[in-house]
Design a protein around this ligand. Structure first.
Ligand code: SF4
Length: 234
């Protein structure tokens, strides 16, 4: 299945009743600042080329960010930090990501999440996370021929992603712990190229407003991961 077809199917999924209800209610009620906009209100597919060498993985779309705009990390403060950093290291065509039709392109990089629908309080249940797993598995299967590195944003994304990676690469037991700047190299089950997995604090306001995570820290992880994936960048 081509990536565009997978993205189309993801966007039509209604498998989690609680998340379907939440994402659609948020889209109906809206935040006052976006009252004149039509929210996406559906699952948010990954964004970026199907032959990416690097994946950036969060946890789930934000209620008034990607759930509004229909594109990962687009239209919220977390995305402001992430896309500015991607642009600073040469992985994005522009430093801002405000709308799905703003012309933004990613270079060699795809942004995705283990849970495709915005959850209440940004917390999917374990059952919702597990139900969504086949979508990310299918996405990784398509990326597998070119994917060489992953940057995982935050401990929750890390916990959700490692079991999915285990379908293709050897994940040590016990699983490696999350930390900012950690790097693990996973051998492939099929003897193919290994995958370099990097931890990065989540680009949430909680981390960026407090200075726990600075733009330079994000850029450093992204640049190191792009080097590991052998993507030409700044
Ligand atoms: S979270 Fe995943 S499995 Fe659940 S409804 Fe959304 S896309 Fe479907």
């Amino acid at each position: 299945m081509p990536m565009a077809e997978l993205d189309r199917r993801v966007a039509g999924c209604r498998a989690c009743p609680r998340l379907v209800e939440w994402r659609e209610e948020v889209a109906r009620v809206k935040r006052a600042a976006f009252r004149d906009e039509t929210y996406w209100g559906r699952p948010v597919p990954g964004f970026g080329p199907a032959d990416a060498g690097l994946a950036v993985v969060g946890l789930a779309p934000a209620a008034h960010g990607a759930n509004r705009t229909g594109r990962m990390f687009t239209g919220d403060r977390s995305g402001d930090v992430l896309y500015a950093a991607l642009h600073a290291v040469g992985l994005a065509s522009q430093p801002t990501s405000t709308r799905i039709d703003d012309g933004l392109e990613l270079y060699g990089t795809r942004i995705t999440a283990p849970v495709k629908c915005a959850p209440p309080a940004n917390k999917p249940t374990p059952a919702e996370r597990d139900r969504c797993r086949p979508w990310l598995e299918a996405e990784l299967a398509l990326l597998r021929p070119t994917l060489r590195a992953v940057v995982v944003l935050g401990a929750f994304g890390w916990q959700a992603l490692l079991p999915v990676l285990a379908a293709f690469w050897r994940v040590p037991v016990p699983r490696p712990a999350f930390g900012h700047g950690v790097r693990h190299t996973l051998a492939a089950h099929d003897g193919g190229d290994p995958l370099h997995v990097f931890g990065c604090y989540h680009v949430s306001q909680q981390n960026t407003f407090t200075g726990k995570l600075t733009p330079a820290m994000v850029e450093e992880v992204l640049a190191t991961a792009a080097d590991a994936a052998e993507i030409r960048h700044k």
